[in-house]
Design a protein around this ligand. Structure first.
Ligand code: PSU
Ligand code: MN
Length: 304
């Protein structure tokens, strides 16, 4: 019985030393509306192939952890309502019962690493929630990255999280955060924030070089490449600020609690923005893919 199945395409790319980019599946199943999410998943894979690399979308399908999905598996993840959101701790439980699951950044990183993949493109990282001082709500994305050597390209974290606390935790956990052609930590829909970064890189080969140094020191953590959405794509700041505030007020009024808070806020913002936040969301992922392909290319060259 195979529990971890790496697709033929991904396997041969790796043995040929071709660049491979991992993609998560929670943004497909839980982050984007059906059925356009299926088209977008296909578009992301095509974008990576067109740029000369190989995509490895990661998910659990029928109890098997798969690295590299075929069309049928992508369809299950995008459209089957029984597909659960899986963080690392959920992986084995859902696999043992033969279920379907979409992997978060944490679970995707764990499986990608297991398959020997070094670069991963996503939208936004999970982080520390507002009010975490009392709720303790911090994504396992952070703790997993502290011991999983992979470069994650993300447009920072969404402004519904506590960005300052998220950055503090990444410092504690020993996760390098580098701005990709930026000096400020991005806020997903917006390029900038009030949080300056200590380190900046200019290119994929800069990242590949720092990954090699990190490896050489035997450091166990991943690296966060904070990549802001292009200027022309970012959301209007006034609408952003207003809708984020409105979303929190609505969650308060409806007594939304615990793990329901984030889906509620994101759904509210997506609905109330009349598609504007969704459009930015898609551009965020596209741009992260482009940068991840560049990094994966440089990593592949470095291995030759
Ligand atoms: N941030 C987004 N959209 C998302 C997620 C994060 O802007 O869909 C998903 C990612 O899969 C991330 C996960 O890894 O949510 C974090 O969830 P949690 O906070 O429950 O760990
Ligand atoms: Mn949580």
């Amino acid at each position: 019985m195979t529990f971890l199945q790496v697709s033929d395409e991904v396997q041969s790319a790796q043995s040929a030393g071709k660049p491979v980019v991992a993609l998560e599946s929670t943004i497909i199943s839980h982050g984007l509306p059906r059925p356009e999410n299926l088209d977008f998943a296909g578009e992301c894979e095509a974008r990576i192939r067109d740029a000369g690399a190989v995509p490895a979308t990661i998910a659990v399908v029928g109890g098997v952890a798969r690295v590299g999905l075929d069309e049928e598996a992508l369809r299950v993840i995008a459209l089957d309502e029984s597909t659960e959101k899986l963080s690392v701790r959920d992986l084995a439980v859902v696999m043992a019962r033969g279920g379907h699951g979409a992997t978060t950044v944490a679970a995707t990183s764990a499986l990608a690493h297991r398959a020997g993949i070094r670069v991963f493109a996503t939208g936004g990282l999970g982080g520390v929630h507002r009010g975490a001082e009392s709720s303790f709500d911090e994504s396992a994305d952070l703790t997993t990255l502290s011991h999983t050597p992979i470069a994650v390209v993300a447009a920072g974290v969404k402004s519904v999280l506590d960005i300052g606390l998220t950055l503090e935790r990444m410092e504690t956990l020993g996760i390098p955060v580098v701005g990709f052609q930026t000096d400020y930590f991005p806020r997903f829909w917006l390029r900038g924030s009030e949080f300056p970064l200590d380190h900046r890189v200019e290119s994929g080969s800069d990242v590949a070089m720092l990954m090699a140094q990190h490896d050489a020191l035997g450091l166990p953590s991943g690296i966060l490449v904070a990549n802001p959405v292009p200027e022309a794509s970012q959301w209007d700041e006034a609408s952003h600020d207003r809708l984020v505030a409105d979303a929190f007020a609505a969650a308060e009024a409806e007594h939304i609690r615990g793990k329901d808070v984030t889906p509620f806020l994101l759904d509210f913002i997506q609905r109330e923005s009349g598609g504007a936040s969704l459009r930015v969301n898609l551009d965020v992922v596209r741009h992260n893919i482009d940068v991840a392909v560049e990094i994966a290319g440089a990593v592949a060259v470095g291995k030759r």
